[in-house]
Write a new protein. Sequence first.
Lengths: 173, 121
Amino acid sequence: MDARRGSEATPMKNRTTVERTSERELVVTRTFDGPARIVFEAWTKPELFKQWWAPKSMGMFLRSCEMDVRTGGSYRLVFGHDASNPDEFFGRYIEVIPHSRLVWTNDEGGESGPVTTVTFEEKDGKTLLVMRELYPSKEALDAAGTGAADAMSETFEQLDELLAGLGASVGRS
Amino acid sequence: MVQYARARLDASFAALSDATRRGVLEQLGRSEASITDLADKFHMTLTGMKKHVGVLEQAGLVTTEKVGRVRTCKLGTRRLEEVTAWIESYRQLWDSRFDELDEVVKELKRKEKVDGRKKRE
């Protein structure tokens, strides 16, 4: 079973791919070095989920996380450093098959939210994870993308301002 | 303005939804090529390749120039950047999440071993 090559200490980083497979769907894939039951656990136990869903490197902060992982159960995630201005995401699990499949709705955006399907496929002790986000229409997906693009250009504008400000203060001193 | 930007994005996504067209973009990223070159490389008829290049051209992802009897294609990079920008930022978010998830998986595997719950694979 442990017929591994000697250097377990240098694992290769697995690649995350994203593809728009149709007008309405985005697909994310990634392989994890562990069995499906473990990867599934990390997606369905709040105390584990909290450890990775809001990566520090992205400046995200998950304030609270409630999840009732069973068919028909609901979830609610609250983001944000500022308690008075929280960013909430919520929906319902519409399919839960232990260690292999999770499907949930994203209801915070009303009717335009996607349905997310995550599948866990184990092979040789590794798990191929495929996450599909299916939007109700092409327009809804485009709007999500355009929203992201707008948010990004806004971030760059803020950075420009910050840099301009720094330049000015350096000039003054 | 917003409408215009969105229409351009739409055309670009439609163009990118096809594997051959993505392959053509990759190829043109390495060097410019004639339609005949591309047709050969992708084992297609000249007519088929002309269609694909036409779609890419309309989306602004490729520009072509006819010199004599040869039509040369090259990347029209600016718009490609526009499309890939948000997909890339989306990918980065998931990539950072999954890097952290790797750590969680590693830790759970370690715990399983320690707990001696080593079941058959």
